[in-house]
Design a protein around this ligand. Sequence first.
Ligand code: HPA
Length: 271
Amino acid sequence: MNQEAMKEASSYIQSKLSINPSIGLILGSGLGVLGEEIENPTIIPYKEIPHFPESTVTGHKGQLVAGTLEGKQVIAMQGRFHYYEGYSMKQVTFPVRVMKQLGIGSVIVTNAAGGINKSFKPGDLMLITDHINNMGDNPLIGDNDEAFGARFPDMSQVYDRDYIQLAQFCAKELGLSIQKGVYVGNTGPAYETPVEIKMLRTLGGDAVGMSTVPEVTVATHAGMRVLGISCISNMAAGILDQPLTHSEVIETTEKVKETFLQFVKKVIHKL
Ligand code: HPA
């Protein structure tokens, strides 16, 4: 995934767009529905875009949707690429670099996550305040192109403080109680064992998922401002005496969909 590939992909997308998006949305499992709210949409299937990987997981659509949302010009990924699908970290984060090339300065990254914090409940939304990269890999490994960002990027403020404040304000206006916490990125695809969840809680994690960390790492490297929102789709392993299933994840995101839409739209409105 070199700079030329990234330029080809962004030129192709640019040639399809009649707008100049400033906000990028990365929509996780079951949360792609936000893309359907975009007005005057231009839809670009990933398979049409040069060098774009294709998404394989159920509940993910695999297309870009660009248009207007709450008066802002946005481009949304309906479905993302996961490390567990077998893509490299470079492939997983390729669309973020493309977004940067398209002139996007802010990204809203959403995901479904398991609740580690016992005070959470399925259906809660959590603003990500920080993360733990527990993936054993990093998308910035390899040659560093200074045109993208620094060799050793600062990660002390990945999740924009002003955005978190704004999002909290929006939640309050909607009468929505919202959680804040630390997201742990695991590779998956296996869910965690109960003891792993205990360990992650000890380490300071509040929620765990299989995405987000690669994308926000590359976004931060590129100087983009990030807002991260997790939908707590289930309690993580060992908290409740029941097995974890992908259908539970999708069911919860389906239930919380309306609240999620209302909330993210309000945030975009005020961004
Ligand atoms: N663990 C990891 N990833 C997840 C979970 C979980 O419990 N729920 C949704 N994504």
